[in-house]
Design a protein around this ligand. Structure first.
Ligand SMILES: Cc1cc2nc3c(=O)[nH]c(=O)nc-3n(C[C@H](O)[C@H](O)[C@H](O)COP(=O)(O)O)c2cc1C
Length: 331
């Protein structure tokens, strides 16, 4: 093992309490107790996705994860979830070590509530201004996630976020996500001052992922250019775009967007509720893909990195290769 890579990871591993400063990003319906515990047991940092859970379900899933690993793992909570406080309470009761707040900028009060339980709070930031504000509000670490990533994405690529946020804020712990797989890239980002990296798509179709066989096979067949963003019908409505493999389900989403927009324009639905209903649409169609294997109509959320993913590998095989490639940078 190259000590240099572990040394570069030290800042991140101290925050996460894991062996490697590599987070397995939360993926709704996919990041359940099996995948999360397997990631943490392999020395990475697993993150449980609460995107489709209420408090009771999250509690069950946290208990299940804790029964499969004694290592740290995080819980991902979507900030626009109306049950946000209940979900934080569950994490507090179960003594979860980290909460990762996604899908919006968290309120200061939420960060304080999380800290009140002795839990570390990690958030996402789409710009330098917001990144600085979040650290001022007490966030413990940040993830910057580029537009190449799978799932809900911001407008800027990882390359731009690195130069705008990471390189200007080296004193803060920042993890980089979106389009990362090779170890040389992980090593380069650590050398540039990243605390670590977060990977998602590659773990959606790894051996330990309980996602449907059809779902995984579609990833292996796909190329990066198939992982696209749906057309945004109205910029004012500000719907977070979702990167996924193109299929009929993607067309159906555009249709659903049109319906919600029409209701909004007629004053039948408030913007917030409209956005929430679109989120429910995504969560439902992602479940169809992940659990039922409906690759035509289900949402096949995927990053452009799918270009490099051609076979099912175990988490151990993936991390071994990353470390080997990362070490090659120092040889
Ligand atoms: C199928 C899928 C579902 C995702 N669901 C979530 C989610 O529920 N919450 C979240 O914060 N990020 C979610 N993401 C983003 C990942 O956690 C991670 O940040 C991203 O996949 C990293 O980029 P990569 O796909 O290029 O590796 C999802 C990604 C995918 C591929």
């Amino acid at each position: 093992m190259n000590e240099k890579i572990l040394k570069l990871m030290e800042r991140g591993t101290k925050i996460l309490g894991s062996k490697y400063a590599i987070m397995g990003g939360a993926m709704t319906w996919i990041s359940e107790s099996n995948l999360t515990s397997a990631l943490s047991n392999a020395g990475l940092f697993g993150v449980l996705a609460s995107g489709a859970m209420d408090g009771n379900l999250l509690k069950k899933e946290v208990i299940a994860t804790q029964s499969k690993t004694d290592k740290n793992f995080g819980v991902n909570i979507i900030t626009m979830n109306p049950k946000l406080n209940d979900l934080v309470d569950v994490c507090g009761e179960r003594k979860v070590s980290h909460i990762i707040l996604a899908g919006g900028i968290p309120e200061k009060s939420t960060i304080e509530k999380i800290h009140g339980y002795g839990i570390q709070a990690i958030a996402f930031a789409p710009s330098q201004v917001i990144a600085k504000r979040l650290f001022k509000q007490g966030i413990d670490a940040l993830v910057i996630e580029g537009n190449e990533a799978g799932g809900h994405v911001g407008p800027l690529s990882t390359m731009i976020l690195i130069q705008d946020i990471l390189l200007n804020m080296k004193e803060y712990p920042i993890f980089v996500a979106g389009g990362i797989l090779r170890g040389e890239m992980v090593a380069a980002l650590l050398k540039l001052g990243a605390a670590g990296c977060q990977l998602g798509t590659v773990f959606a179709c790894c051996k330990e992922s309980t996602a449907h066989e059809n779902f995984k096979k579609a990833y292996f067949r796909a190329s990066g250019r198939n992982a696209i963003l749906p057309v945004q019908l109205d910029k004012k409505f500000n719907i977070a775009p979702v990167r996924a493999l193109e299929n009929i389900g993607m067309d159906e989403f555009v249709q659903k967007q049109r319906e919600v927009l029409q209701k909004f324009e007629k004053g039948e639905v408030r913007a917030e509720n409209g956005r929430l209903s679109l989120e429910h649409f995504w969560a439902g169609s992602l479940r169809r893909a992940v659990q039922e294997g409906d690759t035509d109509r289900g949402s096949m959320m995927s990053g452009q990195i799918v270009e490099l993913i051609k076979e099912e590998r175990s988490i151990q095989e993936i991390i071994d290769q990353i470390l080997k490639e990362a070490e090659s940078v120092f040889n």
